[in-house]
Design a protein. Structure first.
Length: 474
């Protein structure tokens, strides 16, 4: 970002030239954005796309201050066409009361009712929902793999409907300057995304993940990271938008569900150190098979034990890729990211949403919580995302969280981990504003470097261009 006004010339989806304003004769279509500040197209590097798209139709439970309040809210929730009530976004770790099956049954009756935790690692179901899904639970709570299975079923209920929701969500993302995202939906995305593109989706670029249960299918299909995934019906304007991403492996739980694998026990539960959901030897095997097939790896690791296990597996297997979340890191592990060339894919807003949880549940941990500057100073490459719908899909929110480490009237949380605006932007883009680069460009209403905390988080986007094509204009 320079201070002098310039003209940017675009040809065939790329930046052809950048020159002082007026130095070049205008040819073709002109987008007059006088006074705007240009930055490269923004990426969200961690999204659960269908779950995020459908969240707009589910009852928001983030404000529920107790289990009783959440259950009461669900009693008045609209019944969806498939006969379910679905809510999402609750955070039970700091509730004064415990979620129970009896409480939820009393408030919701015979209508199958589903409450999805904000971290998506647990769900709270009433008896009707448990019976419908074929699960049993004494308290109505399902955790980790059982919770993921419930989310998979809810998200896959009506692909036609969800594709329409994804289209609308993509348009909303373009309004915030998004030109690309990494999709971690737990589905066979190799078919879903070409189908959506064939139906007209062209809002942003997509890299889609593959999960271990589909690894052999992906290998048999010859899928390799970075390769386009499209069919003959793909419109010309959408060619190259969808590419194969990484093998996604979830190796531990989450902070909110108290299952992230940590070195020290959770308070009040001396036997609970969280869980490694994938044993180290199995993780090495998965990464080795992926690397041999030309697939990079994206390893979910939140607790410090999980982060160490992931780094060990990358070391032994020789795989390349990312560690997702990286919310608790041993000091000795910081430099290993750079040595191994492993990208730290982080969600800065989580530090702010979780600061009260971390202060309570991770008070006894000795590793570094939610590191940003520490990782960068150790030479690690950072990539930002939202984990939507866990946090809003808005790169400016992530940038603001990284720069200011607060989003309320409290001071910065661990200000030693803040980044500069330029450093946060670097973690949010995949290209640069220079000739030859893709014409993925965001025009902002003001200079991000001089914006205050709230102005940065809510940065007005005048226009978003994807390969030179306008996907949003205000």
């Amino acid at each position: 970002m320079d201070d002098e006004p310039v003209d940017i010339v675009l040809e065939d989806g790329r930046i052809a030239d950048i020159a002082p304003t007026g130095a070049l004769r205008a040819q073709g279509e002109v987008l007059d954005a006088e006074g705007a500040w240009a930055v490269p197209g923004l990426w969200d590097n961690h999204v659960h796309t269908v779950q995020w798209a459908l969240a707009a139709e589910r009852l928001a439970l983030g404000a529920a201050g107790s289990a009783a309040e959440a259950a009461q809210l669900m009693s008045a929730a609209a019944v969806l066409p498939d006969g379910r009530r679905v809510g999402s976004g609750f955070r039970d770790a700091l509730w004064p009361d415990a979620p129970t099956l009896a409480l939820l049954d009393r408030e919701t009756g015979v209508v199958p009712t589903y409450l999805i935790n904000a971290d998506v690692h647990s769900v709270w179901l009433n008896s009707a929902a448990l019976a419908r899904e074929g699960f049993r639970s004494a308290d109505g709570m399902l955790r980790e793999e059982d919770a993921f299975e419930i989310s998979r079923r809810l998200n896959a209920a009506d692909p036609v409907h969800s594709d329409v929701a994804v289209q609308a969500a993509g348009d909303r993302a373009a309004m915030r300057g998004v030109t690309g995202l990494v999709d971690f939906d737990m589905a066979w995305n190799a078919d879903a995304w070409p189908r959506r593109v064939g139906a007209g989706f062209a809002a942003h670029r997509v890299e889609f993940a593959i999960y271990p249960f589909d690894l052999e299918r992906a290998i048999s299909a010859g899928l390799q990271t970075g390769e386009p995934q499209e069919d003959p019906t793909t419109p010309e304007t959408a060619r190259g938008l969808v590419r194969v991403g990484s093998l996604k492996v979830i190796t531990d739980g989450s902070l909110g569900t108290r299952t992230a694998a940590c070195s020290h026990a959770y308070p009040g539960d001396p036997q609970n150190f969280g869980m490694l959901t994938v044993p180290p030897e199995e993780l090495v095997d998965l990464l080795t098979r992926a690397a041999g097939a030309g697939l990079s790896a994206a390893v979910h690791a939140i607790g410090d034990r999980a982060t160490t296990s992931a780094l060990d597996a990358f070391t032994v297997s020789g795989a390349v890729g990312t560690i997702e979340h990286v919310q608790l890191v041993r000091h000795a592990d910081l430099a290993r990211f750079a040595r191994l060339g492993i990208i730290a894919s982080v969600q800065p807003q989580h530090a702010l949403d979780d600061r009260d949880l971390a202060a309570t549940l991770w008070a006894g941990q000795t590793a570094i919580g939610y590191p940003l500057a520490s990782l960068r100073n150790a030479g690690a490459d950072l990539r930002f995302g939202s984990d939507a719908p866990v946090a809003d899909l808005d790169p400016w929110q992530a940038i603001g969280a990284a720069v200011h480490r607060t989003d309320d009237d409290r001071g910065p949380w661990h200000p030693e981990e803040t980044l500069t605006v330029d450093q946060a932007l670097e973690a949010s883009v995949r290209s640069a504003l220079r000739p030859g680069e893709p014409a993925d460009i965001v025009l902002c209403a003001s200079d991000p470097r001089s914006a205050g905390a709230e102005d940065l988080r809510t940065m007005p986007v005048i226009a978003t261009l994807l390969a030179g094509r306008v996907t949003h204009a205000s």
